[in-house]
Each structure stands twice: as structure tokens, then as C-alpha cells.
Design a protein around this ligand. Structure first.
Ligand SMILES: CC(=O)N[C@@H](CCC[C@H](N)C(=O)O)C(=O)O
Length: 372
């Protein structure tokens, strides 16, 4: 009996793990691969918590790669699914359970009907952070099987199930994480003049940096500053001696990202002066933009049109993806797969439509096998 795609997705959904901690996920991928018929035609390698699979083509002239990410997010799930995450505070809220299931379905198909060329399927850890693509791309394991072309998909809640959306050129933005620690002097709530309040300092900083977008950037060259987490204080009547601000920066080109980082540094320096405090800035992991190569994207678009897929030529998005690092070095493309969820990506209620999995397995298998 073949792979049950829905059951596999639900199994994966129950065991989300954060970047470079995907131990159970890796084990489940390996166990699933081990059950496939035709496994003599594949070679499997582990890379950290990821997995690389090579399917040996019948008359290989080149290698085509397909990549899936495998990590989950630090979100407490609120879907109410019977197969809800078993890991407290962790959830597949960005569709990586879908992405992995699709990759497994594709491997099963390619082992049954071997393609002409070699195929490498990459199960990459840590897409949500700190970033698995760059170290994987420069690993010996990957480079021993370095492909001529690579592609990937990402689920899209806003499109109807099975819709394929992509574009030539820029698809996803440049990103940089942002972590700032403010250090001041704590004290009694009734004596603010004897303390140095980091709740107030951090609040000023968060409000001020909104003007980076409105006053520092060319309005035609968009950027985003989002602060997603603020931590400070111990009790309502104690002035906090420290505050930590965590966020992300987004920009449509690397130059704009640089402008934003310099502006952040200037604002932090201003806060240090104004509030007599100290601050450290960490830009965390940075993802290079996902820039689809024209020739490969056009061929894929034409294939979708010729085979009656619901195709949308979409706009670029401010999401980030470390798949951009692969595309910086290897020709290829990324596309969105519609999964019609009312709740969006990174939302505790995210409920993608499982019907999209089969559509994607068929498309990716057929696209890899075309011309065979
Ligand atoms: C598709 C998606 O949602 N990707 C994530 C990538 C994370 C980037 C990085 N860790 C950051 O937060 O800057 C996204 O948030 O866009």
C-alpha cells in the first residue's frame, strides 16, 4: 500500500520541533523513506537534523533538486484539531508539515517511475531560524550532490486550494532578525528619579523606529519593521532595569536593508543618550531575498498553463525564506501553493486545506519527470 499523505501530514503536524532540534521529525522522515518500494534506487544522507535523498535517474545527464523545510514555530496551537501538536508551545503554523509530506509523496512517486535525470530532495532544518539553508548549501554532503537546478514551494493561506502563484524575479524579501537588550537601573515605582526605567526607554525606541519606514525609506522601495516580542520587568510596582526587544526587518533589496540597519543603530544610540542607558544590538540571522530565475520560472509557468493548473502571476511578498540562498547560487524558483486558510501563516489557528497536498505531489512529480 502506498503512502497515506493525510496520515503522514497529521503525524508530522503532531511533532513540530524548532530549528536544529528536529530529532523526531528526522526520525519520521527516515522511517517513512525506509518503507518505500524501490528504495534501492535512492541514497540517503543525514545533514545535522536534516535529510538529503538522491534518487538515481535512469540515464542521468543532470541533477534537479527540490527542497522542503522541516522546522516548526514557537506557537501554542489553537486549531482544536484532534491531531493537534503534542509539543507544548510548538506548532507547524507555517505549513512545513505540508511541505515535508509533499516531498515524501514525490519521492515515493519517483521511486515507482524513475526519472531520466538524478533528483535530490532536500529536507532542510531551521528555516524559521536561525537558518539552515546557508550552512547546508556550503556543506560537503550537499555539494557532493550539487544540483543544476533547484525549486521549492510554500503554502499560501490566501489563495484557493491548489492555486499556483509565482513570478519571475523577486518573490520574497530580504530579512534580518533584530534583538536589542537595554540595560538601565531598577528601583521603587514611587522614586522614578532614582532609577532609569527600561520599560519607558524600550517603549520610546519601539515608537521611534516606526518612522524609519515613513521618513527614511523611499516610499517606492518598501520595508517593514515589526517588533514581535518585548520582555521587561518583574512586578507592577518595580521599575525595570532591563528590557529586551525582538523583531524583524524586511526590505525589497539588500541596500534598503542596510539603510534600515543603520537607522536602527542611530535610534539605539539616541535612546542610550536620552535615557543614560546601555544597549546591545544583535541582527541575528539574515535571509537573502528569494529571486526567481527567469528561464526556470518561465518554463514552470508555461508548464502550469499547459497542464491547466490555476495559475496566478503574483506580487512579491515581505515574507522571508532562506531558500533565497540556494537561488543566489543555483538557478531555480519558488512558488506559492494555495491552501485556503482563513487564519494566516504564523497564526495559532492556521488550518490549511489538506486537499492541496495531492495537487502539489502530482505537480512536483510531473514537473521533475517532464521530458523523461
Ligand atoms: C515564509 C515565512 O513566514 N518565513 C519566515 C522566515 C523567518 C525569517 C527570520 N527568522 C526573521 O524573523 O526575520 C518569515 O517570518 O517571513
Amino acid at each position: 500500500m502506498g503512502l497515506d499523505l493525510i496520515a503522514t501530514r497529521r503525524q508530522l503536524h503532531q511533532i513540530p520541533e524548532l530549528g536544529f532540534q528536529e530529532i523526531k521529525t528526522q526520525a519520521l522522515i527516515l522511517t517513512t523513506l525506509d518503507q518505500f518500494e524501490g528504495k534501492e534506487y535512492m541514497t540517503i544522507k543525514r545533514w545535522r537534523t536534516g535529510v538529503l535523498v538522491k534518487i538515481h535517474g535512469k540515464q542521468p545527464k543532470r541533477t534537479i533538486a527540490y527542497r522542503t523545510d522541516i522546522d516548526g514555530l514557537p506557537i501554542q496551537e489553537k486549531t482544536g484539531y484532534a491531531f493537534q501538536s503534542k509539543h507544548e508551545g510548538q506548532m507547524h503554523a507555517c505549513g512545513h508539515d505540508f511541505h515535508m509530506t509533499i516531498a515524501l509523496g514525490v519521492i515515493e512517486n519517483l521511486l515507482k517511475h524513475r526519472p531520466k535525470d538524478d533528483v535530490v530532495i532536500v529536507f532542510q532544518p531551521a528555516e524559521e531560524g536561525p537558518g539552515g539553508a546557508l550552512p547546508l548549501l556550503h556543506s560537503d554532503e550537499f555539494n557532493a550532490w550539487r544540483p543544476d537546478e533547484i525549486f521549492a514551494l510554500h503554502v499560501a493561506p490566501e489563495y484557493p486550494t491548489g492555486t499556483i502563484a509565482t513570478r519571475e524575479g523577486l518573490l520574497f524579501a530580504n530579512t534580518s532578525e533584530l534583538f536589542i537588550d537595554f540595560k538601565g537601573k531598577g528601583g521603587h515605582a514611587a522614586y522614578p528619579h532614582l532609577a532609569n526605567d527600561m520599560v519607558v526607554a524600550a517603549s520610546h525606541f519601539i515608537t521611534q523606529i516606526q518612522s524609519i519606514i515613513s521618513r527614511r525609506l523611499d516610499p517606492l522601495n518598501a520595508g517593514v519593521v515589526t517588533i514581535g516580542k518585548v520582555t521587561s520587568g518583574t512586578k507592577q510596582n518595580i521599575i525595570a532595569d532591563s528590557a529586551r526587544v525582538e523583531g524583524t526587518l524586511r526590505a525589497l533589496n539588500p541596500e534598503t536593508m542596510q539603510v534600515m540597519k543603520e537607522a536602527i543603530q542611530a535610534h539605539v544610540a539616541g535612546i542610550e543618550t536620552a535615557f543614560s542607558c546601555r544597549a546591545t544590538i544583535d541582527f541575528g540571522s539574515n535571509y537573502y531575498q528569494v529571486h526567481n530565475h527567469s528561464e526556470q520560472t518561465r518554463e514552470f509557468i508555461q508548464y502550469c498553463r499547459d497542464h491547466d493548473y490555476d495559475l496566478v502571476i503574483c506580487k512579491e511578498a515581505m515574507t522571508g525564506e532562506d531558500f533565497g540562498y540556494f537561488l543566489k547560487e543555483i538557478p531555480g524558483f519558488m512558488f506559492w501553493l494555495g491552501v485556503s486558510s482563513e487564519a494566516g501563516l504564523h497564526d495559532a489557528h492556521f488550518q490549511p486545506d489538506e486537499a492541496a497536498i495531492e495537487t502539489a505531489v502530482k505537480l512536483v512529480t510531473a514537473y521533475i519527470s517532464r521530458g523523461a
